[in-house]
Design a binder for this molecule. Structure first.
Ligand SMILES: [Zn+2]
Length: 315
């Protein structure tokens, strides 16, 4: 090959390589875990909860994930007595460099409570977590709406946003919403029955389902914003995720994602997109933004569904 042409090819090759790398680096995802310290589905011994938390934290460390866990402080109490072993679970998160956020004290539904009851529950829910955050030199600054319910009307949502702002909280939207909790409930039932075959089937189908969800919301994001925005995944602190988090993170990484913090993910201007449509929804923010831009019917086609046998198992 002519020297000049070869040089030219090399230049192109390096350019393509850099572009591919830059593109890959641009894919960002924040992993958010709700309902801390754990969702135990009745399997509620301190040993069980410790092992579950250790597994989750270990997987995050292995994949360098600056995850955030959203806490329901009510779960730290037993007959109004603070349970030290449960507080220690939250400390495990902080000791390993994760962050904690507020998810209300008792996981209450904004659409079914008064403004005062809801906001007092937010304040009640920061008591322990705020102290812990201080102890580990971090800040309690993010809020996740239970059931992803942000208000039935603009006025309701606006009042809450104002309240959050006044109390030093930033709301944390979810872009990849999913039914991990249904898989987890089915998995815990199989675990209780010691049905290891069923447990494996659920685990395998869970990863496939989560991959479909990831790709679906990637595609929706491209349809809406002409680019893949920084994504926020919601999962829960349950047995299924404690067993399958390594596989879940490997799957996400295989799609070119970098794991980033809650703070970094919210730097994407997409999160400033206005919401103008409200309803009795607990949905992905990508869906909210799409509805607000007047998208209808066909736009939402292809959202992966939870397998029937999982739904049957949770009945
Ligand atoms: Zn929750």
């Amino acid at each position: 090959m002519n020297y000049k042409i070869q040089n030219w090819f090399t230049t192109i090759f390096i350019y393509v390589l850099i572009s591919v790398q830059l593109f890959a680096q641009n894919k960002k995802i924040c992993i958010t875990v709700d309902d801390l310290p754990t969702v135990s589905y009745g399997l509620n011994t301190p040993e069980f909860n410790l092992k579950l938390t250790q597994n989750i934290v270990k997987a995050f460390k292995a994949y360098n994930v600056p995850a955030i866990g959203y806490v329901n402080e009510q779960k730290l109490y037993n007959n109004s007595k603070l349970v030290k072993s449960s507080v220690a679970l939250l400390e495990l998160w902080l000791q390993n460099g994760m962050e904690l956020g507020n998810h209300t004290y008792a996981h209450i539904d904004f659409h079914r409570s008064t403004f005062n009851a809801y906001t007092s529950n937010i304040i009640k829910g920061e008591k322990i977590t705020k102290q812990l955050a201080k102890k580990y030199n971090t800040k309690l600054q993010y809020f996740r709406h239970p059931y992803l319910r942000i208000g039935l009307r603009a006025s309701q949502a606006d009042s809450l946003n104002l309240f959050l702002q006044k109390h030093g909280y930033i709301p944390a939207p979810v872009t990849i919403d999913n039914d991990d909790y249904l898989f987890a409930y089915a998995y815990s039932k199989a675990f209780s029955k010691k049905d290891t075959t069923l447990m494996k089937t659920i685990g395998k189908d869970y990863i496939t389902y989560m991959e479909q969800k990831l790709l679906y919301f990637e595609n929706q994001s491209i349809k809406l914003f002409n680019r893949n925005i920084s994504q926020t995944l919601l999962i829960h602190a349950n047995l299924l995720n404690s067993k399958y988090l390594n596989e879940l993170l490997a799957m996400i990484q295989s799609h070119g994602y970098n794991f980033v913090s809650q703070t970094e993910i919210l730097r994407d201007p997409a999160y400033q997109e206005p919401i103008t449509k409200y309803g009795n929804w607990g949905i992905s923010w990508i869906d909210r933004w799409a509805l607000s831009r007047g998208k209808k019917g066909d736009f939402f086609k292809g959202d992966p569904v939870t397998p029937e046998y999982i739904k049957e198992l949770t009945k």
